[in-house]
Design a binder for this molecule. Sequence first.
Ligand SMILES: [Zn+2]
Length: 294
Amino acid sequence: MRIIPVVIAAILASSAVPASSQDFLGPLEDFVETLTGPPAQHQPAPRAEPGEPAASTPPPIPKPRPPSLPDEPVVATPAGPVLPAVEDDGEPAEEADAAPVEPVPEPERIYQVACPAVITGLVAAETAPPLHEGICGEQSPLVVTGVMSRGRMVPLSSPITTNCQMAGALPDWVETVDLYAETVLGSALAQIDTGISYMCRNRNNASDGFTSEHGFANAVDMTGFTLEDGRSIAVEGDWLPAAAPEGRLLRLAHDAACGEFTTVLGPEANAEHHDHLHLDLGCHGQSCTARICE
Ligand SMILES: [Zn+2]
């Protein structure tokens, strides 16, 4: 009965797994080598210890940091932050070679004020450049071309240059005359006939004395009115007879103006005003509340 264990041991020895795969593939590699030549020598990459470079690789070259632009915010988008565009053409900045830039003088500021009568549409007017002519002048003159009356703009025969106070006093006066013309003379105003407005001169064109309110854009001369039916009513030709419809309208215009302006001078005042009504907002009296109505 000793034969059986010997046979089992022989079987186990012939079917045993090789000690290593090298031993198992050895004959195959020898065969491939005869066809292709010896294999290249493999040198396994040395492993670097954490915190120090590998011994066989050159030290890393630090990359240049992107320019920091503290004043340019980084914009976040769904695709990630977008950095502001940076010139990367390699050219040096021009500021190094640029000639010094001459400062450009800013245009001189013109200080003017707004006018309520213009803002609200009670007069048709545009702001003109400041007027400065010796003692005369006005910083915010208006060129008035029409005056509102009862829902429509009554044009002036020629534009007048006034200050804002004069422009603001015109609408109520024109409306009073306009209503009277339609009610009594049967035809409303179609036009206001105007004379001198801004002019740097003395009162009554005298060679000396006080400067006229015309010199401050604070006075207007009115020579008459044109009605919608075509009639022309002029101070020069229609002041008399006083009882005629045209004479009454001119007196109505004169007297109504005394409620809106501080100075009203007509043909009764002096010969200088035989052909127009002079209207202004000059200061009379200690507190600028006195009126002259002649
Ligand atoms: Zn005048």
